[in-house]
Write a protein that binds this ligand. Structure first.
Ligand code: LLP
Length: 402
């Protein structure tokens, strides 16, 4: 069975809901453009995929960095999902959306003193520690506050993965996590105090990884670490396996992604079932990416001797992923004038920003296109709006959760 968050019917692009389909053009007709539309039905499906295994001791912490829209956070929170934050700013918005401090995992490589103080005073569920100097700082602050705190230790498993180098994080040369060389220093620090309790070991090897093998290899490495720390008398009760599975930006069919989520959960369960461990996941992209589309209006069709350009009213200031990671997002008309099989016009889809890197899609085909047409930039629910800016002083897009 194929699964899609958006689909065409009678040449009109629709958002899929529980019971029906709604033309996107109808949703946005009363709003200014550009607009991010998010589909709550799609988010619901992803939550279901991550929570479908019953009787399993695991918790899903949505990684807020992917999308911090308050309405989305409230929606996710209502579905018994917890939160993963990487700044106190994200923690504050998580609390505002209704997540309890206990549901929060506080990750990130550069936590400041005030962020750590806030986390300990608010009694967040877990602080994921990324280095010995950070652990020293946490011990100092917890001791001075006379408060205990649970921590997880983020391991750098030295695994290289197939993804863009900017978002691979589990290789030894990346700034993230601690290597086994640092374990003895960490153990000495922990044994010399009584406020900081190591209960979890974790890792995050990178984002937009579609193949399960590196996830499985990293889990095997983590299990070895659990046994090492347990032998050193630490009561490790939890493991945190980091972010979620990547998505296929080239296709509208989401079936494989959902199956991979199921398979990953089953594999984890199978591998840790004799170890008496609770597991945590911190998916961001795979929960929200498919839910979002960025709607833009064609301003001009410009042709020169060498190239055609479709100039739209959005660009790298609203969606940084294409120039930053050379990432591909499908760009679809809200309505086909001619049959979609008659693709004839090829052009780069570009924005208004005064930089040649402001390209949302290179060499795309359209059947017919004209000024005023509306286009949907697909799969932009994750790392879209959150990475936007008002560069060149254009306003940010508006956002609608449907
Ligand atoms: N946990 C940690 C510690 C992370 O660093 C990340 C993502 C996640 C969880 C969530 O990973 P996900 O499930 O979304 O793959 N801006 C980039 C993605 C950066 C991801 C950074 N860390 C992009 O647009 O592709």
């Amino acid at each position: 069975m194929s699964s899609q968050s958006y689909f065409y019917e009678n040449d009109i692009l629709n958002l899929k809901t529980n019971s029906s389909a709604v033309p996107i053009a109808d949703i946005i007709k009363n709003y200014e453009r550009p607009t991010y539309i998010y589909n709550s039905y799609s988010i619901q499906n992803r939550i279901d995929a991550y929570t479908h295994i019953k009787n399993s001791d695991h918790s899903i912490h949505y990684a807020l960095k992917a999308n911090t829209n308050l309405e989305i956070l409230k929606f996710i929170q209502k579905h018994k999902i917890s939160a993963d934050v990487v700044s106190w700013g994200e923690a504050e918005i998580a609390l505002k959306a209704g997540f309890s401090p206990l549901q929060i995992i506080f990750s990130g490589v550069g936590k400041t003193k005030s962020e750590i103080t806030n986390a300990i005073q608010s009694e967040v569920g877990l602080i994921n520690v990324e280095s010995a100097p950070e652990l020293k700082r946490i011990i100092q602050i917890a001791t001075s506050l006379n408060k205990t705190i649970n921590i997880g230790l983020r391991i750098n498993p030295d695994i290289s993965v197939e993804t863009h180098p900017y978002i691979a994080t589990g290789f030894r040369e990346n700034k993230f996590g601690v290597s086994s060389d640092d374990f003895s220093e960490i153990i000495d620090l922990l044994k010399s105090q009584k406020y900081v309790n190591l209960k979890c070991l974790g890792l995050h090897i990178g984002s937009q990884i579609q193949n399960l093998d590196p996830f499985i290899n990293s889990l095997d490495k983590l299990i070895e670490c659990v046994s090492f720390f347990r032998k050193k008398d630490f009561n490790i009760t939890d493991v945190d396996l980091g972010g979620g599975i990547g998505i296929d930006y080239l296709s509208n069919d989401e079936t494989n992604e959902i199956e991979r989520i199921h398979l990953w959960l089953k594999t984890i369960e199978e591998k840790i079932k004799h170890l008496n461990l609770k597991f945590h996941l911190e998916p961001g992209r795979s929960i929200v990416a498919r839910s979002g589309v960025l709607i833009t209006e064609v301003q001009y069709i410009k042709q020169n001797q060498y190239k055609n350009f479709i100039i739209v009213d959005t660009g790298m200031h609203h969606l940084l992923r294409p120039p930053l990671y050379q990432s591909h997002h499908r760009i679809l008309p809200l309505k086909f004038h001619k049959s979609k099989n008659e693709a004839s016009f090829r052009a780069d889809v570009v924005g208004p920003i005064c930089e040649s890197s402001d390209v949302i899609g290179f060499d795309r085909s359209f059947s017919e296109i004209k000024e005023g047409d509306l286009l949907a930039i697909m799969d932009t629910g994750a790392y879209g709006y959150v990475m936007s800016s008002d560069y060149n002083h254009h306003p940010r897009p508006i956002e609608i959760l449907f």
